[in-house]
Design a protein around this ligand. Structure first.
Ligand SMILES: [Zn+2]
Length: 179
């Protein structure tokens, strides 16, 4: 009973974080470490990525030159098609119902551009016809972006939570039996 209560509280706490407005300070991140939160509730799955700009485009100052803007826009366009980032098994019948993709740029308090930080933020919400059949999630993210770092995954469903560290040499997680 106590364990169940603990899981329930952390689940709803986590869900409330996922659905809250983004308030994270981007300068707290570590270059080479991207974060992914996955939350499953009922037939809904939410994936939320927070990836340092250094890991995507190789810089984190605000793009001002035409070349840098083009680089950033090309990266954002890749996030628009989630299949560039992750692949969901088709038998789970998951359909994308909403997404939010942007860059959280740290306020530039000074002119020292090398100290600026930003993050790519991408959140995808799916409704799934057979959510319990979800097993392997693959991450073509590592092929899409050449500056990739490791991906730290926090996973939560109504039966508990777990975490994964994903790297390019084995870009897969297995969530079978965790939903
Ligand atoms: Zn940074």
């Amino acid at each position: 009973m106590r364990l169940f209560l603990y899981i329930s509280i952390s689940f709803y706490f986590f869900i409330s974080l996922l659905f809250a407005e983004e308030t994270r300070q981007v300068d707290k991140h570590e270059h080479g470490v991207s974060e992914l939160n996955i939350a499953i509730q009922s037939n809904t799955m939410v994936l939320e990525f927070m990836i340092p700009g250094a890991d995507i485009v190789g810089f984190e100052y605000e793009a001002k030159s035409e070349q840098d803007k083009a680089t950033v826009n090309a990266a954002l366009t890749k996030f628009d098609d989630y299949n560039n980032i992750f692949i969901i098994p088709t038998n789970s019948k998951c359909l994308l119902v909403s997404s939010k993709i942007n860059i959280n740029q740290e306020d530039d308090h000074d002119e020292h551009q090398e100290e600026a930080h930003n993050e790519f933020y991408a959140k995808y919400t799916f409704e799934c016809g057979d959510i319990k059949s979800l097993d392997l999630l693959e991450f073509p993210y590592f092929e899409t972006f050449s500056n990739y770092g490791e991906l730290e995954v926090q996973f939560v469903s109504e039966i508990g939570s777990t975490s994964f560290e994903v790297e390019a040499d084995n870009p897969i997680i297995n969530i079978e039996g965790k939903i």
